[in-house]
Write a protein that binds this ligand. Structure first.
Ligand SMILES: NC(=O)c1ccc[n+]([C@@H]2O[C@H](COP(=O)([O-])OP(=O)(O)OC[C@H]3O[C@@H](n4cnc5c(N)ncnc54)[C@H](O)[C@@H]3O)[C@@H](O)[C@H]2O)c1
Length: 248
């Protein structure tokens, strides 16, 4: 493993599960220090145990809350120094249809996936502009195509992809790069919970071009690349990691 992330201080939302843990592991393996936060604070002690307190701090926080973002940034600053990477990874993907989803449930998905991403980017701008920062927004193949039974999720992820491009243009003048990652089905608690949609809108893994889901580590490799200076001229783009699913 290279040490190309030495000197990087990364804030990762939704760091308690699935890809959030995998991104944390990969970043630390490559030399970064990580400020991880999640609604699920129970996961914190185990993460600090695995990665060491010199490499990771873990906080309870809600991406919907601007005060939590401010707390995360100042805790990171106090422990490691000014953050220069943000991974907006927290998200939810409940099975909900346009016809049946309540307004409250629709707004909940938009609040976490879309507004949470907005609040994260806004909170980190002052830090990121100090040193060629990189924002990585975790979108989805649901930001490129649509899936039935995931109406609010698709809406939120298309928004994240658009927000990524708008932010990339605005923040170019501050030397901040903003990119999206669009994973296909990836083996985490999230996809296991929705693998069988009522209409079969999500194909079984065996029907995918690669005949399998992605492993979280295969997505984390792209996140590490976007966090690193190797992607120094890349902004406003998306990296699609879907085993040719959207090529069909
Ligand atoms: N797994 C997939 O197939 C897949 C595919 C494409 C995109 N994604 C996206 O990847 C990201 C990570 O998903 P995952 O599969 O690892 O899911 P996961 O459910 O394993 O982890 C998501 C984490 O986000 C946290 N979270 C939820 N709401 C939060 C909030 N309000 N504030 C703070 N943390 C919160 C959860 O507690 C959980 O730890 C999500 O944005 C998801 O939409 C996942």
């Amino acid at each position: 493993m290279t040490q190309r992330l030495t000197g990087k201080i990364a804030v990762i939302s939704g760091g308690a599960s699935g890809m959030g843990v995998s991104h944390t592991r990969r970043m630390i393996q490559e030399g970064a220090r990580v400020i991880s936060f999640d609604l699920n604070e129970g996961a914190g002690p185990q993460l600090v145990d695995e990665f060491g307190k010199d490499n990771l701090i873990f906080l309870r926080g809600d991406v919907r809350n601007a005060e939590d973002w401010a707390r995360v940034v100042s805790a990171g600053q106090a422990h490691f120094g000014t953050p220069n990477v943000l991974v907006n990874n927290a998200g939810i993907s409940p099975l909900q249809t346009l016809e049946k989803v309540s307004e409250e449930d629709y707004r909940r998905v938009i609040d976490i996936n879309q507004v949470g991403t907005f609040l994260g980017m806004q909170a980190l701008i002052p830090s990121l502009r100090q040193g060629g920062g990189s924002i990585i927004n975790i979108a989805s193949t649901a930001a490129l195509v649509a899936f039935a039974d995931l109406f609010p999720y698709v809406a939120s992820k298309w928004a994240v992809r658009g927000m990524t491009k708008a932010a990339a243009l605005e923040l170019a003048r501050d030397g901040i790069r903003v990119n999206a990652v669009c994973p296909g089905d990836t083996d985490t608690p999230m996809i296991r919970a929705i693998a069988h949609t009522p209409s079969g809108a999500l194909p079984p893994a065996a029907d995918l071009p690669f005949k399998r889901w992605a492993q979280p580590e295969e997505i984390s490799a792209a996140v590490a690349f976007l966090a690193s200076d190797e992607s120094s001229y890349m902004s406003g783009s998306e990296l699609v990691i879907d085993g040719a699913f959207t090529a069909q």
